[in-house]
Design a binder for this molecule. Sequence first.
Ligand code: NAD
Ligand code: UDP
Length: 343
Amino acid sequence: MVVLITGGAGYIGSHTCVELLQAGYEIIVLDNYRNSHPESLKRVEQITGRGFKVYRGDLLDEKSIEKVFIENNIEAVIHFAGLKAVGESVQIPLMYYECNINGTIKLCNVMKKYNVKNLVFSSSATVYGVPERIPISEDAALEAQSPYGRTKQMIEEILRDLYVSDQEWSIALLRYFNPIGAHESGLIGEAPNGIPNNLMPYITQVAIGKLKVLNIFGNKYPTKDGTGVRDYIHVVDLAKGHLKALEKVSSATGVEAYNLGTGKGYSVLEIVEAFEKAANIKIPYRIVEPRKGDIAICYADPSKARRELGWTAEKEIEEMCMDSWRWQSRNPNGYVEDSIVLQ
Ligand code: NAD
Ligand code: UDP
């Protein structure tokens, strides 16, 4: 099967490319490298020993999407491409709405034109907003709290409308919880631009000495130790969930949302401790004011994905920390040339 991966050079996309290639799929990547580097795709080839076509192009340019469909016999699409920083989305909401929503509409227009109606979409647990109940199941109310989250919520609705209009579509809306970790090779991983917003890349940059101290956003939440609780999932487990979703959309029409999480919650302090053990490095931290818009606790009820996709996350927090650390320590500058430290 030939699968188009939009945003395939990014963090989750590159890991999914590896799993797809290793499972025998033919893949084609479309990415504008706005938040990634072509080197990640070279590393995907290195890990898998398989080549694939890459198109540099923007989803906002319908012609460049169409070129990919004209030149290849695409059968399904996994759609990762988009902007993803919550804080930035508050600063530049129009760019987020334009890129995420218009980009998806243009992609779907081209898919429709070429009669490709199997789609796996990267949604996010952020669509739930402040959850009423924990663990969160897919039927919980959707109340995204940021422009970024609202783009995901709106796209989900657009894709549901698309299915209502034409029941040949088959769409999986994958609501990711908190992906961390990296491929065990240490060759691909998360390479954020500038100072990381997310916890794990911040911790790993403190560990290599790029940042001095971890700021923990509040310790007065109603949680086991007062710090925020999240459902951290190994990015390779997450990538494998896409293969299961692809099988599902290839075998039945409809539109379904699935939580991709482990179902377990870890506090910030537990993550710091797990990382310190895995890397054998002390992480200096200080407690600062809570981050605006943060919620206390968020973890998934992943039973629908287990039941309907046959998917369960397998990797534990120790492996997530070890793999994050291997990636960061061997690539202190991410994908910047010659940054890999050979051991
Ligand atoms: P990423 O930024 O590493 O990857 C996104 C990729 O899309 C990048 O390679 C970027 O260059 C590309 N891209 C962005 N806009 C594009 C455009 N207009 N045209 C073509 N390419 C474009 O992000 P990621 O962490 O791999 O996330 C992938 C998807 O999963 C995103 O849609 C994100 O919103 C969603 N998601 C991520 C997380 C997370 O914590 N990483 C959580 C929930 C959902
Ligand atoms: N967090 C923190 N310091 C940081 C980054 C994050 O204390 O520098 C906390 C944050 O308040 C939350 C958890 O770590 O409780 C996970 O945050 P992240 O931004 O990684 O994910 P999200 O909040 O989007 O779930």
